[in-house]
Design a protein around this ligand. Structure first.
Ligand code: ZN
Length: 464
C-alpha cells in the first residue's frame, strides 16, 4: 500500500508576507512509509502518538513487526529525498527569490541553520556552473532548431550598486541565448571585456560575430582579438534605431587591421526597404593585452572619488548635475562620417541593390570601401540575424531578466554578488544540469532542519 501525501506545505497564510509569491505547486509525491530498522512496509506501520518539540509536535510511528518506534525523519524515503529538498530550497531562494528568513519562519526552523545550508548550496552551484552546463547538455534533447553556422555571441552589461562601490554585470551569450559567461566586475573597460570575448571564443572554438552595444570599450575589445569578425553595435539613444556593422580584418604580417564600418537604420535589412547608409574603411591599430585575467582582483572604485577630483568651476553645469543614471551609461557615437550608399533590399533574403550616392561619395578616397565588400558584410549579418532588426540583442533580454530576479540592495560584496549571480545563472539556465549536480552531492542537511521540515511535510500522510 502506498500512502500519498499532498505536499502543499501546510503554511499558514498569515506567515506569508505579501512580499513573497509562494509557488503554489503540488509536488504530487507518493510517500511509501517504511520501517527504517526492518524494512517493514506500510501495512505493518502504525502511528504511535507524538512528542512535543520547540516548534510543535512531531508524530511518531511504530513498526508492528519489530516493535520499534521512529519519527518521520528516519523513514528511508525521506532520508533519500534530502537532495530533492536541497533542490527545492535552492530554486525557491535563488530563482524565485523567496527570502531565507521568510522560509525559516514558515517552516519554523532556525534562520541561521537554513542560511548555512542555502549559502553552502549557492557556493556549490557557483563553483560548479561549468559542470552544470555540461551535464545539462548531456541530459537535454539535442536542439533541432537550426542556427546559423556562424559562431555568434551577444554581449551586454548592466550597472549595479555594491557594498562601497559600483559593479558591472558583464555577460556573453551564445546564439540561442544561453549564457557563456556571467560575472560582476568592478570595471567594464576594454581590457575586461576583451577577457570575456576571449573566454567565449575559447568555448565556441572561434568567433564570427559579436552583437553588442555601442560602447567604445566593446569595439576596442573586439579589435584586440585580432580575428576576422563582424561586430554589430546597436547605438542606443532614446528610441533611436541606429546601428553599426563593423568588419574587422587582420592584415597579414602587419600590426594594423582593416576596420570597415557601415552605419545604418536597424531596419535597413528587413525586406523591401530603402535606406541611405554610410560606409568607411580605415586601418586601425588594436590594443595589445596580455592573456586575459578577468578574475584578477582589482580595487573597487570608491563611491565619491570621481566627484572629489572634479575641479569646481563656480558655474554649475548640467553635466556635473546629471550624476549617475543608475543604469548603464553609454556614450553615443556621433554620426559616422563616410561615404553615402543607397541600399534597397528585395523581397527575398540577400537581394540587395547597392549604389553610391553621387555627390555624397569620394571614390578616390582611401577610406571608401567597395560595394562588394559592403554587400558581403550585409549578407553575413542577414544570415546570422534573419528576419530581424539587426539590433536584436539577446543579451538585453538576459539583462532584463537578471534585473528582475536579482536584487543587490547595495549590501553585497563583489565576492558575494559574483557567487549569487553564478548560482542564479546555473539554476535559471541549466536547471536539469543543476538538479543532477545537486543530487550527486551528499548534503549534510542539519538534523534539526530535517526533523522540523519533514514532519511538516508528512503531516497529511494517511495511514490506511
Ligand atoms: Zn520494523
Amino acid at each position: 500500500m502506498i500512502c500519498t501525501a499532498n505536499l502543499q506545505m501546510q503554511l499558514g497564510p498569515q506567515l506569508l508576507s505579501t512580499r513573497y509569491e509562494w509557488p503554489q505547486e503540488d509536488l504530487g509525491l507518493e510517500i511509501p512509509v517504511e520501517c527504517p530498522y526492518c524494512g517493514g512496509e506500510t501495512e505493518v506501520i502504525g502511528t504511535w502518538g507524538s512528542y512535543p518539540t520547540s516548534t510543535g509536535d512531531v508524530r511518531r510511528y511504530r513498526c508492528k513487526k519489530c516493535k520499534r518506534t521512529f519519527n518521520p525523519a528516519k523513514i528511508p524515503y525521506w532520508r533519500d529525498k534530502v537532495e530533492e529538498f536541497v533542490w527545492k530550497i535552492s530554486q525557491m531562494v535563488i530563482k524565485d527569490r523567496v527570502a531565507v528568513n521568510a522560509l525559516a519562519r514558515m517552516w519554523g526552523v532556525p534562520e541561521t541553520t537554513l542560511r548555512t545550508l542555502v549559502s553552502a548550496v549557492k557556493d556549490f552551484l557557483a563553483s560548479n556552473l561549468e559542470i552544470a552546463k555540461q551535464l545539462q547538455e548531456r541530459l537535454s534533447v539535442p536542439d533541432t532548431v537550426k542556427h546559423s553556422d556562424l559562431r555568434i555571441i551577444f554581449y551586454d552589461e548592466g550597472f549595479i550598486k555594491l557594498l562601497g562601490g559600483n559593479g558591472f554585470i558583464l555577460f556573453t551569450l551564445n546564439a540561442d541565448g544561453t549564457p557563456i559567461n556571467v560575472a560582476i566586475e568592478p570595471r567594464r573597460d576594454g581590457e575586461t571585456i576583451y577577457g570575456y570575448f576571449v573566454q567565449a571564443m575559447t568555448q565556441l572554438g572561434g568567433i564570427d560575430m559579436i552583437v553588442a552595444d555601442a560602447a567604445p570599450a566593446t569595439l576596442k575589445a573586439a579589435k584586440a582579438l585580432r580575428q576576422p569578425l563582424i561586430l554589430v553595435q546597436h547605438i542606443h539613444s532614446g528610441r533611436g534605431k541606429r546601428a553599426r556593422i563593423i568588419k574587422l580584418e587582420p592584415i597579414p604580417n602587419r600590426r594594423g587591421i582593416w576596420e570597415t564600418t557601415v552605419e545604418l537604420h536597424t531596419g535597413s535589412l528587413l525586406p523591401n526597404a530603402e535606406s541611405k547608409i554610410i560606409a568607411k574603411r580605415i586601418r586601425v591599430y588594436p590594443a595589445k593585452w596580455a592573456s586575459p585575467t578577468p578574475r584578477k582582483k582589482r580595487p573597487m572604485k570608491k563611491k565619491y572619488s570621481e566627484q572629489e577630483t572634479l575641479k569646481r568651476t563656480g558655474v554649475l553645469t548640467s553635466v556635473e548635475g546629471a550624476g549617475s543614471l543608475g543604469k548603464k551609461q553609454k556614450r553615443k557615437p556621433s554620426f559616422l562620417k563616410g561615404h553615402a550608399v543607397f541600399l534597397r533590399t528585395g523581397a527575398n533574403p540577400y537581394e540587395y541593390e547597392l549604389n553610391f550616392i553621387p555627390g555624397e561619395v569620394d571614390l578616390t578616397a582611401a577610406d571608401c570601401p567597395s560595394l562588394t565588400e559592403i554587400q558581403t558584410m550585409l549578407g553575413i549579418v542577414h544570415q546570422t540575424l534573419p528576419k530581424q532588426f539587426i539590433s536584436s540583442n539577446r543579451a538585453e533580454v538576459f539583462n532584463a531578466l537578471h534585473d528582475r530576479y536579482n536584487v543587490y540592495w547595495g549590501r553585497k560584496t563583489l565576492h558575494h554578488a559574483n557567487r549569487d549571480v553564478r548560482a542564479w545563472t546555473a539554476v535559471t539556465f541549466f536547471p536539469e544540469g543543476c538538479h543532477a549536480l545537486l543530487r550527486r552531492q551528499k548534503w549534510h542537511v542539519p538534523y534539526r532542519l530535517l526533523v522540523h521540515l519533514l514532519p511538516l511535510m508528512i503531516s497529511k500522510v494517511k495511514i490506511s
